[in-house]
Design a protein around this ligand. Structure first.
Ligand SMILES: [Zn+2]
Length: 267
């Protein structure tokens, strides 16, 4: 009898006639930060998969980083929603064993909302943003995409923050928007394609792609306006008109993501 009941439930689930509690509402949030991505590099001939994330009214190539526009300071603003002055994180350094962030991050709030969360980062200093509530976290220098895919293969509501490195080396080595820089972005774009496909197959989803800062010539983190530039691209299982505001500031990313999550969860 019990076996029959199990077979019946499995049948209903596979036909989509019975939706398990975990499969209702928003299922998947993928946040990708491509370190040092200059918005002008986001061209269809360089990054065709990321090009698909440019939805009308849901992206800007004129977002702005914090002052100074440096990796850890910017990512702290991204995840806490606080400026460097408000968070107190005004230096760009962190080493394992040192104090980690104490402000509530976007991932902590997702946990409160019933999401399992993963945080994969390609630079050791971003370990500063690991908090106790995160389900899975790892320094993933080269395999962040694969780790994110494995995490999302499991059922339930899941949020991943994925930090990818590469352009932050190609920029200083060869110059922002140089041939080798664009080749590195081509590689990152190809690498992300299967992960983006996986997310789209997981029911209601939200994908946000952004960066921490850009650069100019072989420099970044200076007062040059180009160093502050960053893109924000939002794609979801349904349109979210107006979700990305003009004059987008990285400090507003947390609030924007939470707004998008609330909208997608409701209907
Ligand atoms: Zn950076």
């Amino acid at each position: 009898m019990k076996r029959l009941l199990c077979q019946l439930i499995a049948g209903l689930l596979s036909c989509g006639l019975l939706v398990p509690a975990w499969a209702q509402g928003l299922q998947t949030v993928l946040l990708v930060s491509i370190d040092a991505l200059h918005p002008a590099a986001l061209r269809a001939d360089v990054a065709p998969n990321l090009e698909q994330l440019k939805q009308p009214g849901q992206f800007t190539l004129d977002g702005h980083s914090v002052t100074p526009p440096q990796t850890l300071i910017a990512h702290t603003a991204m995840l806490t929603g606080l400026s460097p002055e408000q968070s107190g994180k005004r230096d760009n350094a962190w080493k394992p064993g040192q104090t980690q962030v104490t402000h509530k991050t976007l991932l902590d709030i997702a946990v409160d909302q019933g999401f399992a969360t993963a945080y994969f980062y390609a630079k050791p200093k971003l370990g500063y943003l690991v908090t106790p509530s995160i389900s899975t976290h790892a320094l993933a220098r080269d395999d962040g995409v694969e780790r994110a895919q494995a995490f999302l293969r499991q059922p339930g509501r899941r949020l991943v923050f994925l930090h990818l490195s590469g352009l932050d080396e190609a920029g200083p080595d060869s110059g922002w928007l140089s041939g080798p820089y664009l080749d590195e972005l081509r590689y990152l774009d190809r690498s992300l394609a299967p992960l983006l496909a996986d997310v789209r197959q997981r029911g209601r989803y939200l994908i946000v792609l952004t960066s921490d800062h850009a650069g100019h010539d072989r420099l970044h983190g200076t007062a040059d306006p180009q160093d502050f530039l960053l893109p924000v691209l939002v794609q979801a299982s349904r349109p979210l008109p107006g979700i990305v505001r003009d004059e987008f500031s990285l400090v507003g990313l947390k609030a924007m993501v939470l707004d998008a999550m609330a909208r997608l969860n409701k209907d």
